[in-house]
Design a protein around this ligand. Sequence first.
Ligand code: ATP
Length: 240
Amino acid sequence: MTGPALLEIENLSVRYGAISAVRGASLRVEKGEIVSLLGANGAGKSSLVNAAVGIVPAAGGRICFEGRDITRAPAETVVARGMTLSPEGRRVFADLTVRENLLLGAALMRDRARVQADIETYFEMFPILGARQQQLAKTLSGGEQQMLAIARALMSHPRLLMLDEPSLGLAPRIVDGIFDLMVRLRDAGLTILVVEQNASEALGIADRAYIMTTGAVVYEGRAADLIGSTDLMDAYLGSG
Ligand code: ATP
């Protein structure tokens, strides 16, 4: 082992009143990996990543980023440390323009010249966003809104990008584009934790995977091992 993991979650629990959404879950993400967090509806995946970035409180356990305890850190601190979540449902600001959405993603960045340069970079990476920069986000297609949500998350220069169900509700061709983008970002040095119900697609790009069932992590292993085992896929994911 060489130093601390980029993200280390130990024995995390999340509760909403009487509901126990995450029960003693542990997960680690090493620098340079794509890690998939899989599981059925309601398994607790969103609760886990929301707790990691400080959107919902941890009821127990420990969350460390680059070896520093961030278990009780507020969301702005987590973003400033280098971890950003693109939330489920591609929550863009519907009544703001594409450009304004990106500016909000950089709200904590002081160097405004760099922010403008970053926006131009993402318009090159996503030409459709550049072409529509003055349009309200609500006028974009689902796939374009997902691209905007990802570009907005990248505006804070995260070292770890978390994506919660980026393929949800998108056409297969668009989903392929989003997954290709994750691989390109990983190859450019970004570390990614992706929450997905679309197991086979997510495993195809991931280095490692975790599977959650009713709040607990029930499997951890190499993505290639899961893909290669019909038994495992059947047992945990109903064949994915
Ligand atoms: P999905 O893919 O549907 O988002 P998930 O695996 O991400 O599923 P969570 O959204 O984390 O699962 O939900 C885990 C459990 O916590 C579920 O039983 C859900 O109903 C419950 N839950 C989630 N958010 C809340 C909330 N704000 N208040 C009460 N219960 C909640």
